[in-house]
Write a protein that binds this ligand. Structure first.
Ligand code: INI
Length: 169
């Protein structure tokens, strides 16, 4: 059992037990120096919570834009209890980043709600590279870790309060 969360707004680490859960980490290569750290945080949190190395699949995609489609296709296999979506969108000179971040966020939310599979949201959207690094294992914690723990916690929440509908009854 992982240690209770200490920072405001973090997932409640006490209820996490990842033993037997299969988790897909979908991580974008854009701003890889940041996203690799988010991935490290997510992976460490999953292992610490009891998820087995063999039950973690890591899928790298070109950018945040490609995350929702990847989550959707992975969900088609019905093999994953939870997913963790990791990316980093940094404000650019044009409005391009807004479309990328907005659609990635919308797509991840749509996929999670449509499938019923919790997808931890570890997509950083920052003004600067420094702000991103602060949130990828720096002074503001690691949002990859937070996203992974939130996804695991949601598996527990959904299993406790929202049992699957029996299609035979
Ligand atoms: N992808 C990101 O993950 N972060 C960004 O900051 C970003 N910006 O700003 O351009 C970005 N663009 C690439 C995009 O995600 C797609 O990979 C690309 O458009 C090809 O489909």
């Amino acid at each position: 059992m992982a240690e209770a969360g200490k920072r405001k707004g973090m997932a409640d680490h006490r209820v996490l037990d990842g033993a037997g859960l299969r988790v897909a980490i979908v991580v974008s290569r854009f701003n890889e120096e940041v996203t690799a750290r988010l991935r490290d945080g997510a992976r460490e949190a999953l292992l610490r919570s009891g998820v087995k190395e063999k039950d973690i699949v890591e899928v790298w995609v070109p950018g945040a834009w490609e995350i929702p489609l990847t989550c959707q296709m992975l969900n088609e296999s019905d093999e994953y209890d939870a997913m963790v979506a990791l990316g980093c969108v940094i404000r650019g000179e044009t409005s391009h980043h807004l479309y990328v971040a907005g659609e990635a966020a919308r797509g991840i939310a749509d996929e999670s709600m449509g499938s019923g599979v919790p997808i931890g949201f570890g997509l950083l959207t920052t003004d600067t590279y420094e702000q991103a690094m602060e949130r990828a294992g720096g002074s503001h914690g690691n949002k990859g870790e937070d996203a992974a723990l939130a996804a695991l916690e949601m598996v527990g929440v959904l299993r406790s309060y929202c049992p699957p509908i029996d299609s035979n009854s």
